[in-house]
Design a protein around this ligand. Structure first.
Ligand code: ATP
Ligand code: MG
Length: 439
């Protein structure tokens, strides 16, 4: 029989790696709370038109990267390639308009049919932030500031921020015209993809990764020269505001940054890792303003801005920083029953401990802030081997259930200091222990 393997472009996240992965998600979630974002979740798949209508038929994602299939009822559905379209769909379907402004955080898997390589999978994960209902340039500054702050904390040093504006509709129309005039005589030198885009969405040619295209793009007209006075002023306000936000290593205005999707307006940005860990896939976080999208999808006109970061790419960055984030348990008690101790007594002590720890932690508001408490039973093996194992498992305490139980006691060993003491079995003894440990 052939060996079963994960599908190309998907990967298992094994326990060791998961710790790092989860550290990224946990930090992002803490940042969401810190900056006043609420978490919500949308389905992993949507009607295909949710993505086709929002991201643009000619975008790479919609034209070739979507996982689309027919349900048994013959609806066409698509696994989400990103979060924004689903969030906006949910915003409209649930009448969330009345609660504006809204700051929303989400996380989970996303799916794109891409050529798998380092930092690029067919199933990957994102952390996603959206801020709906406020079009002020200060909101751009604050949310880009959040992104830079998060990356600095995760990486230990900032990434480079690439920043551009696509301007308002008027500016974009003028620019599109200039760009097409420049590119048309050079059309036969462009890649096939870019030739197609020249008619349907010329701006996206600026985003091309093709080497020949890139050479042509260098001399193309620049968006900056076609901005309306209002767009220019708005972009200057964003750039100036960001200078005072200190979480960046570097800010670069990049006139060729257009982002791949149709819905962006005004500010667009990306953070790229300045060091080599990620190779060609060095964009870790990307986003922009999308003031027209809610209306385009059938809601009331609503300004909005957001960004997404790839969890796998963030996990690949600067491994060292995770040493701090590695989930060392705050309290990890390992119970070791000796031979002859009735299992029912072991389950009873473990039950008391687990219940008491949860109640105390909830009471003291210590749950959900990254603290880790655990109580495990190592059922069998020689005591020496079990103690070795406990130490490998980063146990903080070992509770030995042996002969002392006849007089109602257990041996508690502190794994840090090596100290041992007797504590009494049952709720009374364990309550005191928990009181002293859960802080
Ligand atoms: P790229 O230019 O690398 O294809 P993108 O512009 O398609 O990225 P976005 O749609 O902006 O990416 O997604 C935001 C982030 O999600 C990216 O910066 C990246 O970190 C991550 N990401 C996107 N596609 C993938 C993928 N196929 N595998 C892993 N991570 C991804
Ligand atoms: Mg892509």
């Amino acid at each position: 029989m052939s060996k079963l393997q994960p599908v190309r472009g998907t990967h298992d996240i094994l326990p060791d790696e998961f710790e790092k992965f989860q550290a990224v998600v946990t930090r992002a979630r803490e940042f969401a709370t810190l900056y006043g974002f609420q978490e919500m979740a949308t389905p992993i798949f949507e009607a295909t038109e949710v993505f086709a209508r929002s991201m643009g038929e000619t975008s790479d994602v919609v034209s070739k990267e979507m996982f689309t299939f027919q349900t048994k009822g013959e609806e066409s559905v698509t696994l989400r390639p990103e979060f924004t379209a689903g969030i906006v769909r949910a915003f409209i379907s649930n009448g969330m308009q009345q609660h504006l402004p809204l700051k929303l955080f989400s996380t989970g898997p996303a799916f794109r049919y891409e050529r798998p390589q380092k930092g690029r999978q067919r199933q990957f994960h994102q952390v996603n932030f959206e801020w709906l209902g406020d079009g002020s340039s200060e909101v751009d500054v604050e949310i880009i500031g959040l992104a830079g702050h998060l990356l600095q904390l995760l990486q230990g040093k900032g990434c480079t921020l690439l920043l551009n504006t696509l301007g308002d509709e008027e500016s974009r129309d003028k620019y599109r015209h200039a760009l097409v005039s420049y590119l048309t005589p050079l059309a036969n030198k462009l890649s096939e993809d870019s030739k197609r885009r020249l008619e349907k969405n010329p701006l996206r040619i600026l985003d091309s990764k093709d080497a020949a295209d890139k050479e042509i793009i260098v001399n193309a007209p620049k968006m900056t020269d076609y901005l309306s006075a209002a767009s220019k002023e708005r972009f200057e306000a964003v750039c100036n505001g960001l200078k005072d936000v200190t979480f960046f290593q570097d800010i670069k205005i990049d006139p060729s940054l257009v982002r791949g999707l149709d819905y962006y307006t005004d500010t667009v940005f990306e953070f790229v890792a300045s060091t080599g860990e990620l190779g060609a896939q060095n964009t870790v976080l990307a986003g922009g303003r999308y003031d027209g999208l809610v209306e385009q999808m059938g809601g009331k006109s609503t300004p909005a801005i957001g960004f997404a970061a790839g969890v796998e790419r963030l996990s690949l960055l600067e491994q060292k920083i995770y040493a701090n984030a590695l989930n060392l348990p705050d309290v990890k008690i390992i119970i070791m029953p000796m031979e002859g101790i009735p299992p029912v007594l072991v389950h009873e002590q473990a039950g008391y401990l687990r219940n008491r720890i949860m109640l105390t932690a909830i009471e003291r508001r210590l749950i959900g802030i990254g603290r880790q408490y655990s109580v495990e039973i190592l059922w069998s093996g020689k005591l020496g081997k079990r103690l070795e194992k406990a130490s490998k498992m980063n146990a903080t305490h070992v509770l030995i259930l042996g002969d002392e139980m006849k007089s109602g006691n257990m041996v508690l060993k502190n794994m840090k200091t090596g100290e041992q003491m007797l504590i009494s079995c049952g709720l009374d003894g364990l309550k005191g222990l928990v009181e002293s440990l859960i802080k």
